[in-house]
Design a protein around this ligand. Structure first.
Ligand code: 4NP
Length: 145
């Protein structure tokens, strides 16, 4: 059993896609892992993923409408083995809350040395790019964790 948390800023665009892709691949591979996502910000708590993330996921055969946004909390360091963030801002916001080195060691950029760009203020192609980056990376992570 592994516990994996995906984190972005709003928990409505990027991390819901990462969450949905991870869950989809975990299911396909018959793995008994717990996958969740959260945002560092509190603006969208309780909301469904952004409609553009919902439709990009759906276009790829993945339903993410069961997800509701929540905010990252310190207790997540107790509940998860791996905390994957989308960009350097997320990394700073989450690592600021780490209580010790064990907490800090759980936090990493989902793509080493690269940021998953925030698609919120752009067009649909940004969501397609994010989906593709995340799908490629999570397919690899599934065999590495
Ligand atoms: P996310 O995108 O971090 O990928 O969920 C964003 C969603 C909302 C906002 C920023 C980024 N916002 O400023 O409300």
């Amino acid at each position: 059993m592994k516990f994996v948390l995906l984190v972005c800023l709003g928990n409505i665009c990027r991390s819901p896609l990462a969450h949905g892709i991870f869950q989809h691949l975990v299911n396909q591979n018959g793995l008994d892992w717990h996958i969740d996502s959260a945002g560092t910000g509190d603006w969208h708590i309780g909301k469904l993923p952004d409609p553009r993330s919902v439709s990009e996921a759906k276009r790829n055969g993945i339903d993410i409408t069961y997800q509701r946004a929540r905010q990252f909390q310190v207790d997540d360091f107790n509940n998860f083995d791996h905390i994957f963030v989308m960009d350097e801002d997320n990394y700073l916001n989450v690592s600021d809350l780490a209580r010790n080195q064990t907490d800090l060691d759980k936090v990493q950029l989902i793509i080493p040395g690269q940021e998953v760009p925030d698609p919120y203020f752009g067009g649909d192609e940004g969501f397609q790019q994010v989906f593709s980056m995340l799908h490629d990376r999570i397919s690899v992570l599934l065999n590495q964790l």
